[in-house]
Design a protein around this ligand. Sequence first.
Ligand code: ADP
Length: 240
Amino acid sequence: MTVDPTAGGEANRPASGANVRAVFELRNVTVAYDEVPAIERVSLRIEEGEKVVLIGPSGAGKSTLLRHLYELSGEQGALIHQDYSLIPQLSVFHNVYAGRLDQHTAWRNFRTLLRPDLRDMHTVQPILEALDLQDKTHERVQALSGGQQQRVAVGRAVYRDGQILLGDEPVSAIDPHQAGRVLELIKGSAATVVLAMHDVQLALEHFSRVVALRDGQITFDLPAAQVDRNMLSHLYRAEG
Ligand code: ADP
């Protein structure tokens, strides 16, 4: 399989001239677990303002690549974890508020745990409304359905209000009729967005740049409009 990390991406870049800043510039990056590479010699440039989706079969290296990008993104980054990483005993409000814990003093955070500040409530509420969770503000996360919990995880990352939003299958448990809306919310919440998605149809509908991974390598990097059925069936072909 040819690895061409840059092919095709150009057409999708924001038309803001030649000096667009690279948010990520990976050159031949390998990440291994117990010396077994999960991604190998991956080169990838993502510019400020791009909305990118990672696709590919299970085990391709999408989560590993996302985690690597998250490590690189520093305090500007938010990650929607595949397993949500919520605190089940705390309310929806408090889980969303956790997206900005590091922006406040320990005292303010402690006080918020006992009695949320009205200002914070007012900032969180529109996000909960956009996620159709406005009636769940004070419910413990453990009492919610899987799809509702995933929306809380999205809300926390959106509330963080950083420049870079990364998501590992962030709508996998959300009803199909809601998933598109949630994806649009995610895309509108940060300048640069990179998501891994398993629903290819949904991915192509909502993202202009598609980076396909298989066996730890980028197999194509194309505008969504150029991705055809043959490429997808080759990407998802059974081993053998
Ligand atoms: P994807 O997100 O595309 O399913 P992953 O990045 O989760 O792919 O996995 C890529 C490869 O790395 C797989 O072979 C997987 O088994 C392995 N892997 C992922 N995470 C770990 C880990 N924490 N420890 C050991 N191996 C891992």
